[in-house]
Each structure stands twice: as C-alpha cells, then as structure tokens.
Design a protein around this ligand. Structure first.
Ligand SMILES: [Zn+2]
Ligand SMILES: [Zn+2]
Length: 266
C-alpha cells in the first residue's frame, strides 16, 4: 500500500544495493519507512494534526511506541537493537514524556522516528520564508541542503529533518553563526560521493551536507544522507557538527568507518 513514504522505501532499497557498507542500516531504514507509512495511514484516520505541540503529539504517538521498539529490536543494527532491548521498559513508558537529553542518541532516534509522520501531516508554514535556521512549518532542524534548478537559478534549500519540507537559505552564509565572511566558509567534495558536498564554517565548526539534484535527480536528502555517512565520520574527526542527522553517529555500525571519504577542498 503506497504512502508519501513509498519513494523513500524504494530509494533506501536501491542505495542498499550500491553501498555494501551501508546495506544493514539502509535495509533497516527501509523497514522503518514502511512502518512510518503505516503510521501515516493510521494518523490520517483521526483529526489532522495542526501544530507541533508536545502534549498532543505524545498522546497521538504513544500507541506506536511499542510496535516501533519491536521493529528496532528485530530489524535494527546490532548496536541499536541491543541498547533498545536493555532499556525497553523505560523507553516504552517514558520516551515521549519529556524531550530526550542531547546525548541520548537512542531516545533521540526513537522520538524522531515517531515525530516524522506526525510532522509531515502538519500544514505548511508561511510560503517564501528565507534564511531561517529552523523549519518554518514544524520547527525541525535541517538534515541537509539541496540545490535544485529553478527559473531563478539554483537556490539552496534546507530540508527539514522532521517534516521533510524545504525552505530557502542564502548559499553563502553559515547556518549556525550567520557569517558571510568567505575566509570562514569552506566547501569539500568527495570522490566517492560526487553528488554531495559539505559546506563548513571554520569559525563555529557548523557543517551542512548539500545534495546537487542536477547530478542525482533521484536523491532524497534523508535517505542519501545514510548512504554517505563516511562523509560525516570525516567531518566529525575534524570537529565539524551538523544540525541534524538521519541517525546519530554514535549508533552507526562500525563497518561505515572502513568506507572511504576522501575530501577535496573547494
Ligand atoms: Zn519541518
Ligand atoms: Zn558559523
């Protein structure tokens, strides 16, 4: 049965075939997208969510916590499923009750997975908003940027890590500290991932993965993010931090560390 998640499921399956190091996590993520598609169908049977409000989201999403933990324990990468198994009871009772601590990667991932289908059903925020660092529709952080050909050129769009909606942001501006000083802003490309680049700020160490849709029209920001985690390991080793990840790096299977990401500065 199709849902707005179907293209994500297909993209995860296709990328899993071409990226042996990422197969385990991409196959799991495909199963997770199927689960989220089912959540979307069930949420659509009730009243459409209007705002990203913690209490109402928690009430609507609580019935999905237990089945999601079941899926993670059955199909998740070893490190993730092991932690979920050891914390099952407390996660089931409390993961939606208060915001996860910034370092609690497992709780962050579970909450994000639950919030995504909810956030996608919210009404879009105001049109034409530019320059925000948070999503105008749901308040989420950007998971990546995309460059898309439009009638006005190739603007940078940030893609929300929760509702997946894009909004525009100046190309030459750090999304954390706002500097436009070219001496602080650098970019790196990677031979192994030709449709991606990493825009970095040397001043505050913020980094943004940017996907060039002209080079790879089928790319989907969140899914392609998973197939290019070696870039994040490269960035992490140099102290760069992204505003949001598809999966927190501490939960990434060790096999990713063996995959190459050789950067060229631009
Ligand atoms: Zn959003
Ligand atoms: Zn900065």
């Amino acid at each position: 049965m199709s849902s707005s998640w179907t293209p994500w499921i297909l993209r995860a399956r296709r990328l899993a075939l071409g990226h042996p190091f990422g197969r385990e996590i991409l196959e799991f993520q495909g199963r997770l997208y199927e689960f989220q598609g089912g959540m979307e169908r069930q949420l659509l049977r009730g009243e459409r969510p209007r705002r990203m409000e913690a209490a109402s989201a928690a009430e609507r999403l609580q019935p999905f916590v237990s089945p999601l933990l079941d899926l993670v324990m059955k199909a998740g990468p070893e490190r993730l499923s092991g932690i979920v198994g050891s914390r099952r009871e407390s996660l089931e009772a409390g993961v939606l009750q208060c915001a996860p601590a910034p370092g609690d990667a497992v709780a962050l991932l579970i909450v994000k997975s639950l919030l995504q289908p909810f956030a996608r059903l919210l009404e879009s925020g105001p049109e034409g908003v530019e320059g925000c660092t948070e999503c105008p529709s749901c308040g989420g952080s950007p998971v990546a940027g995309v460059l898309r050909d439009t009638a006005e050129g190739r603007p940078l769009e940030l893609v929300c890590s929760l509702c997946s909606r894009p909004w525009r942001h100046p190309r030459v501006s750090c999304l954390r500290c706002g500097t436009t000083d070219p001496r602080c802003l650098s970019g790196f490309t990677f031979e192994e991932f030709p449709h991606l680049r990493l825009s970095c700020c040397e001043s505050c160490r913020a980094a943004l993965k940017v996907i060039d849709l002209r080079r790879e029209p089928e790319a989907i920001a969140e899914v392609d993010d998973l197939a290019s985690i070696p870039i994040d390991l490269w960035a992490e080793s140099r102290g760069f931090v992204r505003p949001a990840f598809t999966i927190p790096l501490s939960l990434v299977p060790p096999v990713y560390g063996a995959a190459p990401a050789s950067a060229v500065s631009r």
